[in-house]
Ligand binder design. Sequence first.
Ligand code: SF4
Ligand code: SF4
Ligand code: SF4
Length: 459
Amino acid sequence: MSKFDNVKHRIPINEDNYSIRCNDDLCKKCQLCKKACTNIAGVLGTYNLEENGDNAVCINCGACINACPFNALKEVSNIDQVKEAINNPNKKVIFMTAPAVRISLGDAFGYPSGTNVQGQMVAAIRKLGADTVMDVTFGADLTIMEEASELLERINNGGTIPMFTSCCPGWVKYCEMYFPELLPNLSSCKSPISMQATMVKTYYAEKMRLDPKDLFVVAVAPCTAKKAEVKRPELWAGMKSQGLNGPDCDVSLTTRELAQMIKEANIDFNNIEPEHYDPFMGRGTGSGIIFGNTGGVMEAALRTAFFFAEGRDMRDDEMPEFWPVRGLGFLKEAEIKIAGKKLNVAVIHQMSEAQKIIKEIISGDRHYDFVEVMACQGGCAGGGGQIKILKKPLQEEAKINRNNAIYEIEKKSRIRFCHDNPEIKDIYFDFLDQPLSHRAHELLHTTFEDKSFEIKGKK
Ligand code: SF4
Ligand code: SF4
Ligand code: SF4
């Protein structure tokens, strides 16, 4: 008998799930979460509890939370841990907000969907008690420096191709469980949040003359899967490199949790004076911001790969080559020329759809050099930790508005290319040496594991 037999109306959830939980008192047995887990996450229906050791398989994506009309399903809350750190005089609390949070947070305060509330968000986080507020676009720029270099290295030196992006923890877990044969294809780059947290616990701590043990790093992400990602010990390289144990990123809050904290603290979000991110390691480029959209990582990585290979930035009239990777289609393909070589690239999102394309790549029916995969619908802009919109037409409208808002921010950004971020240049000059250096590998890259036992059960 399965321990989940008494909750057959809803998705099963393991007790140690780092991302999602259910309050069964609120559950109305509508089964919409099961539909989301099947049709969006592509997980429910792919495993048998009787055969896999009664393991509720999950990629932590939060699609079920977004589908639950009665708020029975929620993220595992990390708010108390954050408050405790803020109230601890010995801790310096550093918030880092991911690109897509700023275009969803406003939904919780009555703004039209897709409104960019970056300045108010930063001010509100300082009012909550953060000592420093950083933009994860900095980490995104760093990720691109490493990922574009890795792509060129694989292409020029006969490495494993296609290379798949690895900044989405939902996709990484899916790959580890369902497609372990593709693990050598996954970029070894850590996600922007994980890279930035590692740099905070090392480079930032060194520059600011702070003890990394006294730093408490809080990511705010549109994502419930980040809560599980930050628990992966293979990502704790910053602490480990200094003989310390513990995570580089201490906790990850969702956009919803941030909204809850702001409301509970009675901060007048709608009238707060906008503020800027902290300057040191706190700001990124336009290419970093588009990480929030499906296709954004691909576009940012190719812009920088172009620069590395050609020795010059892509001109505006060359940019339209990238347009096919924009938009909300489930499969977007483009052929891009870099240093005389044609690269076939693909962008896929929403795991249930993406896995169909991936199977065709494995079977040899499709050939690409570089593939971006995001687990959520529309990428992080439609992430499982964003402010919930339950009405279908409004959901569709929000998807489009959030997607457009991110490209609007990109258009207005002062610096567009990751490799032009002066602080990124400094961090390589002062600390990391060059992309893919020994130190960069030690701190910014990671490993993956075959986790197919989660589906099949341990032998
Ligand atoms: S978080 Fe995603 S994979 Fe896990 S139960 Fe919910 S929908 Fe399914
Ligand atoms: S969507 Fe929510 S209310 Fe409906 S069955 Fe699932 S947990 Fe229960
Ligand atoms: S698409 Fe973005 S929000 Fe969704 S699981 Fe991946 S990283 Fe998280």
